[in-house]
Write a protein that binds this ligand. Structure first.
Ligand SMILES: [Zn+2]
Length: 262
């Protein structure tokens, strides 16, 4: 039997209103996987919990087991990631991370690697030179931790090592097919040029982002890399990630006025 109260630490990855003053909050926790809890009265101006349970907040909390949903008793902020709220582009990337975490994790199934990855990525997000690449690295790591690493080294059909050349990614097979195997009945195929393949493999190889921030990537390769990862992720989650479009729009806004794109 579960005890009536428990303590954990987690990152708020989603929240939505419940009734007049409450909120249902989804957290990715250090030890319990994803949990959904009710934060009562949190939308009232004087609520003690209010400031604690915001999106992107890392909190230590105590909750009581409820009949349907558990209820938060107390919460203390560990890290609010407040700097991110000052910069819309970084914030939009962080929101996208939350949506991916929600999609790739399961309730009450411990996933410490995803938790560590989330905190590590958020801690870098504020001052990283290339947030775009940080997000791609996060995607690749999360795919790897979830058992969905795209196959980019060997042909998904025959197992032959792939030659260094332009390739095409077979979406339903989750990997690249060699030219002699082709694509048979594949319904979706994503072209990926040699330079983009190099970037993707680099992202796969480097478990830490430490050595990646300075890497220069052409606009064409960026396009291919993002398209492949987004398509692969969409196929896995079987749904559109609403915030992916938001991120794209914000990036376009950020790039257009100054013309300093790339
Ligand atoms: Zn093959």
């Amino acid at each position: 039997m579960r005890s009536r109260t428990y303590s954990t630490e987690g990152l708020v990855i989603r929240q939505y209103p419940l009734g007049e003053a409450d909120r249902i909050v989804t957290l990715l926790t250090r030890d319990l996987g994803k949990i959904r809890v009710v934060a009562k009265g949190v939308r009232r101006p004087k609520s003690k919990l209010g400031g604690q349970m915001e999106l992107l907040s890392q909190v230590a909390l105590t909750a009581s087991v409820g009949r349907d949903l558990d209820v938060v008793n107390e919460a203390q902020t560990v890290n609010r990631h407040q700097n991110l709220s000052q910069r819309l582009d970084r914030l939009s990337h962080a929101i996208y991370l939350c949506e991916l975490l929600d999609g790739f994790t399961t309730e009450h199934s411990s996933n410490y690697p995803a938790y560590r990855l989330a905190l590590d990525t958020l801690s870098r997000m504020d001052d990283v030179a290339n947030p775009w690449l940080l997000v791609r690295h996060f995607e690749m790591r999360l795919l790897d931790e979830s058992g969905f690493n795209p196959e980019l080294t060997q042909c998904v059909e025959c197992g032959a090592m792939l030659e260094p050349q332009d390739h095409r990614f077979n979406v339903s097979a989750g990997g690249v097919s060699c030219p002699s195997c082709g694509f048979g009945e594949a319904t979706a195929v994503v072209p990926v040029q040699l330079n983009a393949m190099k970037v993707l493999r680099l992202l796969q190889r480097e478990r830490s982002f430490d050595r990646l921030d300075g890497v220069r990537i052409s606009k064409a390769a960026r396009y291919d890399v993002e398209r492949l990862l987004t398509t692969h992720i969409r196929y896995i989650l079987e749904r559109e990630l609403r915030s992916a479009d938001f991120v794209r729009k914000v990036s376009q806004l950020a790039e257009s006025p100054s013309g300093q794109a790339g």
